[in-house]
Write a new protein. Structure first.
Length: 252
């Protein structure tokens, strides 16, 4: 609670300074400082919000509100946004979905949080010309989301240390993968990850295709602003650069 309150105060300060910067279009130094401050805020927010979300799911106190939505469209929007930032760096993020629409019940905020964590981990691992491929397919009553990259990969020891081993939550990938598994299981699904040094990493999320949303848990509510870029700027903050946090997104 104390950390969330501090984050709220910091966000208000960043927004105020961002508005001042926007009014001084010729002050490049101020704009650069605001971008750096904003980036720092989002990096801190990611660590706090992901840790608190994981703890809430484990305690059974997480906000969980599944609704019937088009999973394909939700994924497509996130992949396009990630690609918007990746393209100028010579990186590729593509989406492959044979079925145009897949309506099912899921908590949009949690699924977006999970997918963006996986995209962040993949993007961080990429070298020049690297790529991430996100796909969605339906097999019987399961929807399978796959995130495959051709990055540096991980050794069995590294993979174990960030996917459930002792001390795994000390690293950003460890928190993201643990949270991804928790979100998948909260939806009644499963999470699998494979990786080899020099051969990239593959993550699979298997979710049941259901039309009834089932249980709804009223927790503390989603910590993100409704709509806009807030979720993306938070969850990709460990990969994004300060220059990505410019006046286009200030004070959303």
């Amino acid at each position: 609670h104390t950390m969330r309150t501090a984050l709220t105060d910091l966000r208000l300060a960043v927004d105020r300074i961002g508005k001042i910067s926007a009014a001084r279009e010729d002050d490049g130094e101020l704009a650069s400082g605001v971008a750096s401050l904003s980036h720092g805020y989002y990096r801190l927010a990611r660590a706090v919000l992901n840790s608190s979300a994981l703890e809430a799911i484990e305690r059974g106190t997480a906000a969980f509100s599944p609704k019937e939505l088009d999973l394909s469209e939700v994924i497509r929007e996130l992949v396009w946004t990630a690609g918007f930032f990746a393209g100028p760096r010579g990186l590729s993020v593509v989406y492959d979905c044979p079925d145009e629409r897949l309506y099912m019940c899921f908590d949009r905020t949690l699924i977006e949080q999970m997918l963006l964590n996986l995209l962040s981990n993949s993007l961080i691992s990429l070298g020049p010309g690297g790529s991430v491929r996100v796909s969605l397919e339906r097999r019987a009553q399961r929807a399978i989301i796959s995130v495959d990259d051709n990055g540096c990969g991980m050794s069995p020891e590294q993979l174990a240390s960030v996917s459930g081993g002792e001390g795994s939550l000390s690293s950003a990938p460890g928190i993201g993968l643990a949270l991804g598994r928790a979100i998948a299981e909260l939806h009644g699904g499963a999470f699998v990850i494979e990786s080899r040094p020099g051969s990239g990493t593959s993550a699979r999320v298997m979710l049941p295709v259901v039309e009834d949303g089932g249980a709804v848990f009223s927790g503390g509510g989603a910590p993100y602003r409704s709509g806009g870029m807030d979720m993306v700027l938070t969850q990709l903050s460990t990969w994004l650069r300060s220059s990505d946090y410019d006046s286009r997104f200030s004070g959303e």
